[in-house]
Write a protein that binds this ligand. Sequence first.
Ligand SMILES: *[C@@H]1O[C@H](CO)[C@@H](O)[C@H](O)[C@H]1NC(C)=O
Ligand SMILES: *[C@@H]1O[C@H](CO)[C@@H](O)[C@H](O)[C@H]1NC(C)=O
Ligand SMILES: *[C@@H]1O[C@H](CO)[C@@H](O)[C@H](O)[C@H]1NC(C)=O
Ligand SMILES: *[C@@H]1O[C@H](CO)[C@@H](O)[C@H](O)[C@H]1NC(C)=O
Ligand SMILES: *[C@@H]1O[C@H](CO)[C@@H](O)[C@H](O)[C@H]1NC(C)=O
Length: 396
Amino acid sequence: MQWRRRHCCAHIVKALSVLGVLVFLVHQVWQPRLTGMPWWKGHPVVFGGDGLQISKPTVNSSSKDVIWKSVIVPQETVKTDSNVSRENEIDLIEKNTTSNSSQNAERNARSAGNGFFPYIINEPDKCAKLNSPFLVLLVTTEARKVEARNAIRETWGRQSAFQGLRVIRLFLLGKTEGELGLIQQKTLATESQRHHDIIQQDFMDTYKNLTIKTMMGMKWVATFCPRASYVMKTDSDMFVNTEYLIYKLLRPDLTPKKNFFTGNNMRNFSPNRNQDSKWYMPRDLYPNPRYPPFCSGTGYVFSGDLAMKIYQVSLTVPYLHLEDVYVGVCLAKLQIEPTPPPNEFLFNHWRVSYSSCRYSHLITSHGFNPNELLKYWHHLQNNKHKACLYLYNKKA
Ligand SMILES: *[C@@H]1O[C@H](CO)[C@@H](O)[C@H](O)[C@H]1NC(C)=O
Ligand SMILES: *[C@@H]1O[C@H](CO)[C@@H](O)[C@H](O)[C@H]1NC(C)=O
Ligand SMILES: *[C@@H]1O[C@H](CO)[C@@H](O)[C@H](O)[C@H]1NC(C)=O
Ligand SMILES: *[C@@H]1O[C@H](CO)[C@@H](O)[C@H](O)[C@H]1NC(C)=O
Ligand SMILES: *[C@@H]1O[C@H](CO)[C@@H](O)[C@H](O)[C@H]1NC(C)=O
């Protein structure tokens, strides 16, 4: 009797461990992923190293091995004095658009108002020094979020991690009123001198002014960095897998796209008419029953040429405080459709529960405090190369 009971228990234990392995396998197979070979095999990138080179594969015909060679990606040259003339040019467009709208005066008074605010802090030469960057990261933030900015500087926004590829990081800010504002402004000035990654204009930094902030970023790219290949706009509470974005989605080895806009695609959304909602949209501001397709403001990516186009068309589009919807309306007016990302797991405007396997195959995840960002980032850097190997070995 005794023996039999123990024997039976051993069977149960065996069955449970087999079940465990099965659950693990199913879990692995359900990970968000792109098809094909493990992406890190495609481009030997090391974060925290001394920078990287872009590689392009060739196949060794005798051994059939894939060989990665460093290649120099041709960069267009920007005339060094271009920033001044460029600014004049953009001011002209502004005057043209606004001077010709007497019948639309009220409409325009409500249009984004963007660009009409003077800079308090600017980095006009940041891009010119780097020639034409591959990617400009525009991160909306507020003065008090110093730790979030520092965490981003050390993690996904680390410019030096991409020395072989030019990546620029810019934090976008308005200003805070009052005593607190004065104190914050001093800290911000020091931070700016140290990192040279802050642009700030003279508008009140409020939720309802987020569209002004985004348009400040668009105008900055159009003015000071018009030949950037790509731009990403995101927030300071985001986790962004920059490496995956660059090497898997944007692909520096290809000719940069034009009129390209992607992110978490929101289609057929209706305006929220509930006054208590954060996303409330009054009927008189936006009467249509549906929004045009737009991409969640937590993270969207677009080709550099669109910065100018969106900015320019925004001068004739009435202001909406929901910046992502607003950019969607601008795109609709430009007759540009956002491109759906290659898979629906890439851009997440919620928080995806962490696993190094998942996080090495996504681009955005929402809702991180600075400590979490640092913790998960470092874990990912140490584990991204092994996390999903089993899955891919099985598939290959
Ligand atoms: C290709 O593979 C062969 C055999 O492994 C090796 O001898 C040769 O050096 C390789 N060629 C290149 C260019 O790596
Ligand atoms: C760019 O503009 C800034 C001021 O707006 C000026 O100080 C700087 O010299 C300009 N750069 C070049 C290369 O002309
Ligand atoms: C301003 O408008 C005029 C007339 O519509 C046009 O010829 C000119 O090119 C415009 N200038 C700019 C900078 O867009
Ligand atoms: C102003 O608008 C009218 C029609 O809307 C157009 O014919 C005219 O060329 C515009 N003027 C400028 C300076 O853009
Ligand atoms: C947006 O900023 C402007 C300029 O500082 C300010 O006048 C306005 O009150 C702000 N709007 C909101 C809704 O905070």
